[in-house]
Write a protein of this length. Structure first.
Ligand SMILES: Cc1ncc(COP(=O)(O)O)c(C=O)c1O
Length: 373
C-alpha cells in the first residue's frame, strides 16, 4: 500500500534523537531547532520521560474513560499549579485541532449561539464535519448545526468591534500566530477582546497549541497581557511527541455527562507523558531557560544586517529574509545540518526545545552569518 502523498518531505530519515539533536540513517547529526512543529518541549528522549513512559507501558497502556485514571488527576493538579490556572478544569483529547473543536463546541453549548469570530492568517487545525454528521442531540452543539464564522484582521479594534454582537458564541485567537508567520497580538488588543467578550456574553478562546507550554518563557503567551480567557487550548509541547491535547476550562463552566468525549484522550500513556513533561519543565526551570536563550537569540538575530523584522517571545521566533536569500532554510539544513521551520514566503520559524543551550544558539547564529555574509 502506498502512503497518501500529502506532505512535502525532506529526503532525511531520523533514526535516533537526544536533547536538541537528531541522527539520520546515514549517521549524519542534525541540530533540531524546529521540533517537528514545536512538539519537542523538554528535548528528545529525555531520560525521565523515557523511563516514565516505559514503566507505564509495562503497567497499563490503555483503558477507556469509563474507569478512573489517577494519572489524569495528577496531570491536572500539576498543570493547574505550573500554568497559574489552578481553578480551571481540564478536558483531555489527542491533538490541537481536537482541542479547538471541543473549545468551540463548549462555547456554543454554554452560550447557545453559533457565531464565531476568528482572525485572518490564523491556523486552528484541519478537522471538519464529524459532529455535523451526527444527530445525537446531546453531542450536537448549536454551532454544529449551521455556524457562522467571521474573519477580521488581528490587532484591528475597529474591524473587530464591527462584527461583535450578542450572537457571538466565541472569539478564538492564537497566543502568537505560528503558521501565519509568528505574528503577535498586542497586549492592548487581547485586553480589548477580553473586555468586549464579557460585554457581549461571548467566550474568549486562546489557542495556545503552538505558543503555550512554556514556549514563550511564560506558561502561556497570553499571560504577558494579563487576560484570563474562558477556554485555553493546548497540544504540541504537552506530550513532547506523545499525542495529547487539552482544553483548560474556566471554573464556573459546568460540565454534564457526555457533553464532550473521546476514546483515546488522556489515556494512561498520554497522561504519563504529559506529567513527565511538566515534571521536567519544573525541575529544570525550562520557562526561565526559554526566556533567557530566547532573548539572547532575538538580540543577536537583530544584529545580523540582512535579517529583517525579528519577532517573537522566548523560543517562538520568526524573522524575514530578503527575496534573494530564499535558499537559506535549505542551506541551513543541507550544509549546516540545522533544522528550522518556515512560513511562506520568506519567514524562518524557530521552535526549538525549551532546553536549548547558548552553544546551540551560537551554532545557528554562526551558520546564518556565514550564509548571509
Ligand atoms: C495554533 C495551532 N492550532 C491548532 C493546530 C492544530 O494542531 P494539530 O495539528 O495537533 O491538530 C496547530 C498546528 O500546527 C496550531 O499551530
Amino acid at each position: 500500500m502506498k502512503l497518501f502523498d500529502v506532505y512535502p518531505l525532506f529526503d532525511i530519515t531520523p533514526v535516533k534523537a537526544e536533547a536538541s539533536w537528531l541522527w539520520d540513517d546515514k549517521g549524519q547529526k542534525y541540530l533540531d531547532l524546529y521540533g517537528g512543529h514545536a512538539v519537542i518541549s523538554i528535548g528528545h528522549s529525555h531520560p525521565h520521560y523515557v523511563k516514565t513512559l516505559n514503566q507505564q507501558l509495562s503497567n497499563i497502556a490503555f483503558y477507556s474513560n469509563s474507569v478512573k485514571n489517577p494519572l489524569q488527576e495528577k496531570l491536572a493538579e500539576k498543570l493547574g499549579q505550573l500554568s497559574g490556572y489552578p481553578d480551571y478544569q481540564l478536558f483531555l483529547c489527542n491533538s490541537g485541532a481536537e482541542a479547538n473543536e471541543n473549545a468551540l463546541k463548549l462555547a456554543s453549548f454554554v452560550t447557545g449561539r453559533k457565531k464565531i469570530v476568528a482572525f485572518k492568517k490564523a491556523f486552528h487545525g484541519r478537522t471538519s464535519g464529524a459532529v455535523a454528521a451526527t444527530d445525537n442531540p446531546k453531542i450536537v452543539a448549536p454551532f454544529n448545526a449551521g455556524h457562522q464564522i467571521v474573519f477580521v484582521p488581528m490587532n484591528d479594534e475597529a474591524a473587530f468591534d464591527a462584527v461583535m454582537d450578542n450572537q457571538v458564541a466565541a472569539v478564538i485567537i492564537e497566543g502568537i500566530q505560528g503558521v501565519g508567520g509568528i505574528q503577535l497580538p498586542t497586549n492592548a488588543f487581547l485586553q480589548h477582546l477580553e473586555k468586549t467578550c464579557k460585554a457581549f456574553g461571548a467566550l474568549l478562546i486562546l489557542d495556545e497549541i503552538q505558543s503555550g507550554y512554556g514556549r514563550t518563557g511564560k506558561f502561556f503567551a497570553h499571560q504577558f497581557s494579563g487576560v484570563k480567557p474562558d477556554l485555553i487550548t493546548m497540544a504540541k509541547g504537552m506530550g513532547n511527541g506523545f499525542p495529547i491535547g487539552g482544553v483548560l476550562i474556566e471554573g464556573s463552566i459546568k460540565p454534564w455527562s457526555g457533553m464532550l468525549g473521546t476514546t483515546f484522550g488522556g489515556n494512561y500513556l498520554a497522561a504519563a507523558a504529559g506529567l513527565a513533561v511538566l515534571e521536567v519543565m519544573e525541575n529544570e526551570q525550562l520557562l526561565n531557560n526559554a526566556a533567557t536563550i530566547g532573548s539572547y537569540l532575538i538580540a543577536e538575530l537583530k544584529k545580523i544586517k540582512s535579517i529583517t523584522d525579528v519577532r517573537g517571545e522566548g523560543l517562538m521566533i520568526g524573522f524575514d529574509l530578503p527575496e534573494e536569500k530564499k535558499s537559506v532554510r535549505n542551506d541551513l539544513l543541507f550544509k549546516h545540518h540545522i533544522f528550522t521551520g518556515e512560513a511562506k514566503p520568506n519567514t524562518i520559524r524557530l521552535l526549538p526545545s525549551l532546553a536549548m543551550t547558548r552553544k546551540e544558539a551560537d551554532l545557528l547564529l554562526n551558520a546564518l552569518k556565514e550564509e548571509l555574509a
